[in-house]
Write a protein that binds this ligand. Structure first.
Ligand code: ADP
Ligand code: MG
Length: 238
């Protein structure tokens, strides 16, 4: 069983915005799969569907064999999700948030993980005094501390200092051996090249290519994924 299977997904928002058109792909066991595309491409919409937060109009998805549209309670237990989703309370500390979310999953808070992300000295700071980079890292810790089977990371390094982004990327690579699959979204083409086994280029709700970064570069005779993306997006228009 492939950890993530997406088949013919369509999402149309009120007002007629077609956020996803016939999106299909699978993520294999042990894979780090990147969903790569510009702002508004549909990346967050797709992650929202996989993580049970949004229902598609058409098509279906499976995460570890579970249907996000039907098995939402079961599925939420085995995924870890980070992105713009975490709603933190300004008058509580990072440590209190870690404990609260650990309790929700029936596990102990993982302070070693906080150390990995260089957050151990910031856990007793109130959320209202957190920088965007600290919020982002706390979101990642909370997404990962219950040791999810499938990890969904929506723009995991957005808002991070370059040095911390390096630490986070390194950790994401290590997730390969800790869970069944990782799906990350990014508009940072360098990041995708650096950490993803395979990437799907997504543009205006459509997947325009799926392959390993190396093969995408070779096929498009490009030096960077950014150039490969631009070529493929242009071809799609012709
Ligand atoms: N709740 C919503 N209502 C209406 N339109 C939305 C909503 N969420 C996203 N969209 C639109 O869907 C498209 C895809 O958005 P999104 O999935 O957030 O893209 P990305 O994460 O790749 O930047 C955009 O055109 C966006 O404006
Ligand atoms: Mg997004």
């Amino acid at each position: 069983m492939e950890p993530i299977v997406v088949n013919g997904l369509e999402k149309v928002f009120a007002g007629g915005v077609r956020a996803l058109s016939n999106v299909s792909f699978t993520v294999g066991k042990g894979e780090i799969f990147g969903l790569l595309g510009p702002n508004g491409a549909g990346k967050t919409t797709l992650v929202n569907i996989l993580s049970t937060l949004l229902l598609p109009e058409k098509g279906e998805a499976r995460v570890m064999g579970l249907d996000p549209a039907k098995d939402s309670l079961e599925l939420r237990k085995i995924i870890g999700l980070s992105g713009g989703y975490a709603r933190f309370l300004p008058k509580l500390t990072g440590r209190e948030h870690m404990k609260f979310y650990a309790d929700c999953y029936g596990v102990k808070p993982d302070f070693k993980l906080a150390k990995e992300f260089q957050m151990e000295n910031k856990l007793d700071t109130l959320i209202e005094d957190y920088s965007s980079g600290m919020l982002q890292r706390l979101g990642l810790i909370i997404a990962l501390q219950h040791r999810p089977e499938v990890v969904l990371l929506d723009e995991p390094t957005i808002g991070l200092d370059p040095q911390i982004a390096v630490v986070v990327r390194k950790y994401i690579k290590k997730l390969k051996s800790k869970c069944s699959a990782v799906l990350i979204t990014t508009h940072n083409m360098y990041e995708a090249e650096e950490i993803c086994d395979r990437v799907a280029f997504i543009d205006k709700g459509r997947i325009i290519a799926i392959d390993t970064p190396k093969k995408l570069l070779r096929k498009t005779k490009s030096k960077t994924l950014e150039k490969a993306f631009i070529k493929l997006a242009r071809e799609g228009l012709e």
